[in-house]
Design a protein around this ligand. Structure first.
Ligand SMILES: [Zn+2]
Length: 292
């Protein structure tokens, strides 16, 4: 009897105990929320309309990481400039690299475009390959499965909830993917230019061919020599458009467009990159509708 009483007393505590999961980018927060449901509270650090490579941490980030029960990052060196120093300063053993409450998503995806020889003095920001893997909708499923396993490993008590949430997420995502595939079918083989190769995985998923970037190397601003080369490339190969991120200035793209007549299309890279992109579904709805 006494035990039952004690159990009843403790029950509300367990029922309302939320795990605080800090994540680097909004898309990770959205997947984590879909799988974690009511048992977790996601704390998203970077905003979706920021340059994900060069996040300037706000002072509040330290306490967010300090109070986290777990941390999920993109990895592939995307956060290299800002997250490791933050983890250090927060001094939270639960968010340390190597803790069982720390998850690096890039370890579960095969990165493409790994440079064969990286000249670090050249300043390539992606020496491990392209880290923008979440823009292939197939990878969203891999990441959701990875996060499901991760949540189960740190909170066995709610394993069946995470499993069910994953199954529901996966079923509805696969249904949406069919729609996106149909929308993109006629775009297969289209040549595109980008500012930065944010859409490497998106292009691969739908058969678009990226023939060049306005940046000479990932993270390196355009030089006049490279701009002239790009203009020649566009005149020669006639790509449909420049797919441009939302956080770099479009000035160079506009100059190139003036010289060649090429269209510039803004492509959101994460939730919140554009106002209408409020969740993962609207992100891919937007991307698959934007390429013309
Ligand atoms: Zn990048």
């Amino acid at each position: 009897m006494k035990n039952i009483f004690l159990l009843l007393l403790l029950l509300p505590l367990t029922l309302f105990a939320h795990m605080n999961i800090a994540v680097s980018y909004p898309y990770i927060g959205a997947i984590t929320k879909s799988i974690g449901g009511e048992h977790i509270n996601t704390v998203v650090l970077a905003k979706g309309n920021w340059d994900p490579h060069f996040v300037v941490p706000r002072p509040s980030f330290i306490s967010k990481v300090r109070n986290a029960d777990a941390l999920i990052m993109n990895g592939g060196q995307l956060e290299i400039g800002w997250l490791p120093p933050l983890i250090n300063r927060a001094g939270n053993p639960k968010t340390n690299v190597g803790a069982n409450t720390f998850l690096n998503l890039s370890h579960y995806i095969k990165l493409i475009d790994k440079p064969s020889n990286v000249d670090r003095s050249g300043g390539d920001v992606h020496p491990d390959g392209n880290p923008h893997f979440h823009l292939d909708p197939n990878n969203i499923l891999v990441l959701a499965k990875t996060i499901e396993k991760f949540l189960i490993s740190i909170d066995r008590e709610h394993a069946n909830v995470y499993q069910t949430n994953y199954e529901n997420f996966s079923a509805s995502w696969q249904e949406k993917m069919k729609g996106w595939q149909e929308k993109m079918a006629s775009k297969k083989g289209m040549k595109v230019i980008q500012f930065h190769n944010n859409l490497a995985y998106f292009n691969k998923a739908y058969g678009l061919e990226n023939i060049g970037t306005i940046e000479p190397l990932p993270g390196i601003p355009p030089s006049s020599r490279h701009i002239i080369k790009t203009i020649e490339l566009i005149k020669d190969q006639k790509p449909c458009c420049i797919l441009h991120d939302v956080y770099h200035s479009t000035k160079t793209a506009e100059f190139i467009s003036d010289k060649t007549g090429i269209k510039i299309i803004l492509m959101p890279h994460d939730i919140g990159a554009l106002e209408t992109v409020e969740d993962l579904t609207s992100l891919f709805d937007y991307l698959t509708g934007a390429v013309q």
